[in-house]
Design a protein around this ligand. Structure first.
Ligand code: SIN
Length: 486
């Protein structure tokens, strides 16, 4: 690692404003998915470390919540500027531990920092209401107060931005946080912790617990009465488990879970635009985002044209080392991720699908780089239709009518992102309203932005991140009823 700010490389947990080894003294390895080189030995946090971090966050909450909104905002702004100043270093750390191409990693750092800037501004706009009283001598006022200590459990696919997207609104509202980053990508989180010291956050406001003891640390968080809110991004399976665990202490929760995004191409779409939108929506982060296009549906009259152009564009994508100039698709995160892609492809082929391009690892049998793959002759009985693929595989389904495709698109327990291309404005409204998803991209394959509410419906979760709504998940509304005003 060649960092211009070497202190960004941290390997210990961050508790109460200081980097600390685990109380057990144990560590775990973090490896580069491209070549499996060991990048670091990182502190393996335990139950005792988690309790210490929660207590630190609880103590800090008493201080942080009393800061004026503008003081919290200023410290958040400092953190934002530091993230931009050190974007090259942060991107390098991210690519090394996660695999995504450097340009994409830098994009993530800027995207992640934009949440910090946005919520630094929102901190000053957490308004209550005055409500006309229900009796002549009554006056009613509401205020919004921070929920308290927030536990955030974040994924490996966006090791930086999924932290800032949760933590920035929490801190803006006056909450303090305890974060458990993915064990696959803790280094980006710890680099953010270093910058939080430089930004001026008081000790205990931000705490980070790298660990491979996910169950032990997660349960300590969910069992704690001091933790008043859990925000989780990850699989629907783990999300359901965490929701159950939060029930006993009745925590406020937000869940950003799996997806099974449809990407629909109607016959009046601009085909070139649809192809580039599908490439962006499918192969970003090697297909490993919750909002990646999972099922591409193309109207039969334009099916051949789209498929040919799409397959040609897919073949042109350079795959390999994320640190190498020009790489578009990097390695997948770990062996089991590649195996899961292999399993859905095998299922599809057994049931009659044809691979047009891709379909194997690049290099050795244990390589984590998987060729961007396109599959046709697919149907709704296959796992490529039912499962969240989470890899660089694009199945292309054929449909005839609007009614048929909307039905197929909604035929999933998930409801996160959806996309479609077409020009008939009446159909655009009809389809956008009919899709049972939290987000709809219309004539675009890129929908992520700080200013819009990110989140799902059905088993993709609840709560919204980013936008003017993002703060709502971190505040409680208190209502005051004033009597005897005569
Ligand atoms: C995710 O995969 O959960 C996040 C994707 C994004 O913010 O674009």
């Amino acid at each position: 690692m060649n960092l211009s700010h070497p202190s960004l490389f941290q390997t210990n947990a961050f508790i109460n404003g200081a980097f600390k080894a685990s109380e057990s003294g144990n560590t775990f390895e973090v490896a580069n998915p491209f070549n499996k080189d060991i990048l670091a030995q990182v502190a393996n946090s335990t139950k005792a470390d988690t309790e210490e971090a929660i207590q630190a966050a609880s103590n800090a909450f008493q201080v942080w919540k009393k800061f004026t909104a503008s003081k919290r905002s200023r410290i958040l702004k400092n953190w934002y500027h530091l993230q931009l100043k050190h974007a090259d270093d942060l991107a390098q750390i991210l690519t090394l531990e996660q695999g995504k191409p450097l340009a994409e990693a830098k994009g993530e750092i800027k995207y992640g920092a934009s949440f910090v800037e946005w919520f630094a501004e929102e901190a000053r706009r957490i308004y209550g209401d005055t409500i006309p009283g229900h009796q002549a001598d009554k006056r009613i006022v509401t205020i919004k107060q921070p929920v308290g200590v927030v536990a955030a459990i974040t994924p490996w696919n966006f090791p930086s931005a999924m932290i800032t997207r949760k933590v920035a609104p929490a801190l803006a509202a006056g909450c303090t946080v305890v974060i458990k980053p993915s064990e696959l990508t803790p280094l980006s989180a710890l680099a953010l912790a270093q910058l939080s010291i430089e930004a001026g956050f008081p000790p205990g406001v931000i705490n980070i617990l790298p660990t491979i003891n996910a169950v032990e640390v997660g349960q300590t968080m969910t069992n704690s009465k001091l933790v008043r809110k859990l925000s989780f991004t990850g699989s629907t399976k783990v999300g359901k488990l965490l929701m159950r665990q939060c029930a006993d202490t009745v925590k406020k929760i937000s869940m950003e879970l799996g997806g099974n995004a449809p990407f629909i191409v109607f016959d009046d779409a601009d085909m070139d635009e649809a192809v580039s939108g599908a490439i962006a929506a499918k192969y970003r982060n090697a297909g490993q985002t919750c909002i990646c296009a999972n099922r591409i549906f193309v109207q039969s009259s334009v099916y051949d044209e789209f498929t040919e152009k799409f397959a040609k564009a897919v073949k042109e994508q350079k795959v390999g080392n994320g640190l190498e100039e020009g790489t578009i698709v990097g390695p997948m995160i770990e062996e089991k991720a590649v195996q899961s892609v292999e399993a859905v492809l095998e299922d599809a082929q057994t049931k009659g699908a044809d691979i047009i391009t891709g379909g194997k690892r690049v290099g050795n049998n244990d390589s984590l780089i998987y060729e961007p793959t396109v599959v046709k002759n697919v149907n709704t009985d296959m796992l490529v239709f039912k499962n969240e693929i989470f890899g660089p595989v694009a199945p292309i389904f054929k449909f005839d009518t609007e009614e048929e495709v909307v039905k197929m698109a909604n035929d999933t327990n998930y409801g996160l992102a959806s996309y479609f291309y077409g020009r008939d404005y009446a159909r655009i409204w009809r389809v956008a309203e009919a899709l049972e998803f939290g987000m709809v991209g219309i004539n675009t394959g890129m929908i992520s932005t700080t200013v819009a509410p990110f989140g799902g419906v059905k088993e993709s979760g609840f709560g919204r991140e980013g936008s003017k709504y993002g703060i709502d998940d971190y505040v409680e509304i208190k209502y005051m009823c004033w009597g005897g005003v005569s």
